[in-house]
Design a protein. Structure first.
Length: 506
């Protein structure tokens, strides 16, 4: 298990591991090194490195490993470029943490000591996030034996972050909390990365059920008959083409007795594999449709984090889990579905299935729990990738204050989101001649018309919809960030946990 600690200079032995020194590109004076740690007098690094080399190494992310003799001992040093120190932000600190871990892993250094090139507790928290998140590995299928996964570097990794004697870092930073949140991200990544023959709706429900071992968590799994009896025909219609029956996963985290402690409801789309149904997708890159369950995986990751953190709040997660397959029993273009809240939907494209299952779950969550807020997460539209690319998620809602708060928090976590408008013109595009609404609104504004569809199922409850189609996993155009390995990113978990902590019941 990873071990991270904040240590006084006097308590650290630099001979025990890789010693990391942050190097600013804008400072050509070699005395800069001495200003960043009390240990540099002993190292005399300036005797070994030409000043011109130092300037090049100082560029963000650049690094070099030095091995130096000190009497009969070897000091192993990593000079790490931090770029212009005045322009560092939290995401750059997060990336620096990831670079340190990945370099340690490459060189098989299981012990690392990091000098104090940071300037605040928040910076250190970001470094720790990057250190941990970068070490995620999805390797359970690389071992010949099904009951054994290869060992990971993460399981035997130790990091000491140096603080000065007068610093209060040790008291200000909750390392255990940061690691717990990162491990919740790992859990979500594992689920999303798992292939569709391993994670179908039933397997996802079984995984959710394991969260019940955690404090304050209760899990209910509704089967196909129960879903049908409730009138959730959106979920039933999408799932009926598959041999794997749909499930409705409900995870309740109850940790507040406040008189006004209305729950916050989180809804996550979990299409464990999406062929497009009768409106079948092209075969190219269809394998990536295992990631169409990412919204549900994100929500389960959030609940796992809450179970570890003991936040005094009530939160309910609702995850409709289906597999969208073509068969003789599949729903068809032209079908009209009566949804949980009584509204009818004309189906024009069976590949616009995510909004159907989300709609039922949103309406159910509001009717059953009368929430303070309701948030949903979905890999919903390719149009969002066209609009915002693969590094920014879209957010749309009916409450500007709620949306603005979420956008603000995303700037801290580096999980970038951008608000898109929701106006009557887009609602007009989904009006149907034969039903209340239709499930697609044409080629233009596809992300917004999808949200306009969902808005029919949230009434006046403050609501925010996250379209994470571009950010849920690494794709063409995804920025190369050290803390986001290939595959699932677990996007949104860290932002929403911050949001929930700020909305805890007093």
């Amino acid at each position: 298990m990873v071990k991270i600690s904040i240590e006084s200079v006097d308590n650290v032995n630099i001979f025990e591991g890789l010693f990391v020194i942050g190097l600013d590109e804008s400072n050509k004076d070699l005395n800069y090194l001495k200003k960043n740690t009390k240990l540099m007098d002993a190292l005399n690094t300036h005797k070994f490195i030409h000043e011109g080399h130092l300037e090049n190494i100082g560029k963000f992310g650049k690094n070099i490993i030095l091995y130096m003799n000190d009497d009969d001992k070897i000091i192993k040093i990593m000079l790490l470029g931090i770029g212009d120190g005045k322009k560092l932000n939290e995401d750059k600190f997060r990336q620096l943490g990831g670079i340190i871990s990945l370099k340690s892993k490459e060189l098989n250094f299981h012990n690392v000591i990091i000098s104090n090139f940071y300037s605040s507790p928040t910076n250190v928290e970001s470094i720790i996030e990057g250190l941990v998140l970068s070490l995620y590995e999805f390797n359970k299928f690389k071992e010949d034996r099904a009951d054994k996964s290869p060992p990971t570097f993460y399981e035997n990794y130790s990091v000491s972050i140096i603080t000065t004697d007068d610093s209060n870092l040790k008291n200000e930073i909750e390392i255990g909390k940061i690691v717990n949140i990162c491990e919740a991200v790992f859990y979500a990544r594992d689920l999303a990365n798992s292939p569709p023959n391993v994670i179908d709706p039933n397997a996802l429900a079984n995984s959710a059920k394991t969260l019940e071992k955690m404090k304050n968590i209760h899990v209910d799994i509704l089967n196909q008959n129960q879903i049908k009896d409730l009138g959730m025909n959106g979920i039933i219609s999408v799932g009926k083409g598959s041999e794997n029956e749909p499930k409705l996963i409900i995870v309740e985290y109850n940790n507040s007795t406040a008189s006004k402690g209305k729950p916050i409801v989180l809804v996550g789309k979990a299409v464990t594999f999406d062929t497009g149904g009768i409106s079948i997708k092209p075969s190219d890159r269809m394998d990536e449709m295992k990631f169409d369950k990412s919204g549900g995986c994100t929500v389960l990751g959030i609940m796992k984090a809450l179970g570890n953190l003991d936040v005094p709040i009530n939160v309910v997660a609702i995850i409709p889990a289906v597999e969208n397959m073509p068969s003789g029993s599949s729903y068809r273009p032209g079908d009209i579905i009566r949804m949980y809240n009584g509204k009818t939907v004309e189906v024009l494209n069976t590949d616009a299935e995510g909004r159907l299952i989300l709609a039922d779950a949103l309406a159910y969550g509001i009717a059953k729990y009368s929430p303070k807020y309701i948030l949903d997460f979905a890999t919903l539209t390719g149009a969002c990738i066209i609009a915002l690319g693969t590094n920014i998620a879209g957010i749309i809602g009916n409450d500007d204050k709620l949306v603005s708060k979420l956008v603000s928090l995303s700037r801290i976590t580096g999980e970038k989101i951008w608000q898109l408008p929701l106006s009557e013109e887009f609602s007009d595009l989904i009006k149907s001649n034969v039903a209340t609404i239709k499930n697609i609104g044409g080629r233009t504004g596809g992300t917004i018309t999808a949200a306009a569809f969902l808005s029919h199922f949230v009434s006046d409850v403050p609501w925010a919809h996250f379209d994470i189609a571009g950010t849920a996993w690494t794709q063409d155009g995804t920025a190369d960030k050290s803390y986001n390995p290939k595959g699932s990113t677990g996007f949104g978990i860290r932002t929403i946990v911050k949001f929930l902590e700020e909305n805890q019941d007093q």
